[in-house]
Ligand binder design. Structure first.
Ligand code: GLY
Length: 402
């Protein structure tokens, strides 16, 4: 898709290709990605239409028992649907998507005060982070900084980490943990880094650096794979245990966790230029792409060590997060990463993963997994799979247009 502008892609490729000479013909993949954008316009457009017709503001996450499951504002995935609108705006330049993004984002304003779990980073960065990027509205900047203040209340100085879950509440509240930190938390650091850039208060940046460094030291095995949960002692800062919650077994490699880590260290490198984070990302890349259980189409099983491979569900969300991270890493000069990302994207844009218009609860991607150990969301669409897919596509096109 070299030197092809996005607008051209969206509006002219399919009709124009008949008139062009052999050498100018778009490749099969170009056509696939054009179809992906068209599918996204229809699926997400219909999703928005249905919500608008209800007269309420609703936030779709997945399908449950055949119906779209809408979530409350404090659900960790609530920022992704609004954020998806901003990527649709990037991809089409149609104002209706920006307007919808603003509407659904502004509905989440009160989340900036959320202090009872770490996911405020995911939630605010995907919604208000994109809203600020696209509109430059100063009000959104204040929301980002306020949300970072909320996240910072979870920083535990002795351990040097942001505590992910409260030790005594929620679905993991009875595990005897003192200060559980999950690999997913690497994704919340972007909010902290951004808040320092926007406010000039270096406290957030320092917390993010401390968290990333402790995670690098304690979450990772020698082979470049990671545990899901590391429990710290809040008083001494020592590690109490290393475990898995959403993966198959204590010593297994939960697929989305590997993707969160890859993406998280990429962001940490973006904001710090600390080579250790880039080396960490490289190690994770090596683990994922040399693993014998990674299928040829590059969409991982839900856990690299799941017991019944090849008869295990795939996780398209992990593949989408990975692809998006790889495009950024390719921009940092990592050789071969863009090609891997392109391969993942070609798979996800193809028939095996891209939903037929009018199906799949109007989500874009099929075949993701929430949490198999908890019996949740197995082989379903997920709003964050769609979000990272469209982010990856935006990054791919931006890189090729340079
Ligand atoms: N952050 C929760 C998950 O990845 O399922």
């Amino acid at each position: 898709m070299k030197k092809v502008t996005l607008l051209f892609l969206c509006t002219a490729m399919l009709t124009a290709c008949n008139q062009r000479s052999e050498s100018e013909q778009p490749s099969d993949n170009d056509l696939l990605f054009t179809e992906l954008i068209q599918t996204a316009e229809q699926q997400i457009g219909y999703q928005v239409k249905l919500i608008e017709e209800s007269g309420k503001i609703m936030n779709p996450r997945t399908i449950e028992n055949g119906y779209v499951h809408y979530i409350p504002k404090d659900d960790w995935t609530s920022g992704f649907f609004p954020g998806t609108m901003f990527y649709m705006y990037d991809l089409t330049k149609e104002k209706k998507w920006m307007d919808a993004g603003i509407k659904y984002t502004e509905d989440l304003d009160t989340i900036k005060h959320l202090k009872w779990h770490h996911d405020v980073g995911f939630m605010i960065n995907s919604s208000f982070g994109n809203a600020f990027r696209v509109t430059n509205n100063e009000t959104y900047k204040e929301v980002i900084v306020e949300a970072a203040r909320s996240l910072a209340t979870r920083f535990r100085p002795a351990a040097g980490v942001i505590q992910s879950w409260d030790e005594d509440r929620g679905w993991q509240g009875r595990r005897g943990w003192m200060c559980p930190v999950i690999i997913d938390n690497m994704m919340n650091l972007e909010l902290l880094f951004k808040a320092t850039r926007l406010s000039g208060d270096s406290t957030f940046h320092k917390m993010a650096v401390s968290h990333a460094t402790r995670t690098m030291e304690n979450h990772y095995r020698n082979d470049g794979s990671c545990y899901h949960v590391v429990d710290y002692d809040k008083e001494t800062g020592g590690v109490r245990s290393k475990q898995n919650a959403q993966g198959y077994a204590q010593e297994s490699a939960w697929a989305r966790g590997q993707a969160w880590g890859l993406y998280g260290f990429t962001v940490a490198y973006r904001y710090t230029h600390d080579e250790r984070y880039l080396t960490m990302a490289e190690k994770i890349y090596h683990f994922i792409f040399t693993h014998p259980n990674l299928p040829e189409d590059l969409v991982p099983y839900w856990d690299f060590n799941a017991p019944n491979i090849p008869n295990e569900p795939r996780d398209a969300s992990a593949a989408a997060v990975t692809a998006s991270a790889l495009y950024e890493l390719a921009g940092f000069g990592m050789d071969g990463y863009q090609e891997k990302a392109d391969q993942i994207m070609a798979t996800l844009a193809g028939d095996a993963y891209r939903a037929i218009v009018g199906t799949n609860g109007n989500f874009l991607l099929m075949h993701s997994v929430g949490s198999i150990p908890h019996g949740n969301e197995i082989d379903v669409p997920l709003n964050y799979a769609d979000y990272y897919l469209l982010e990856a596509l935006t990054r791919k096109i931006a890189a090729e247009d340079k």
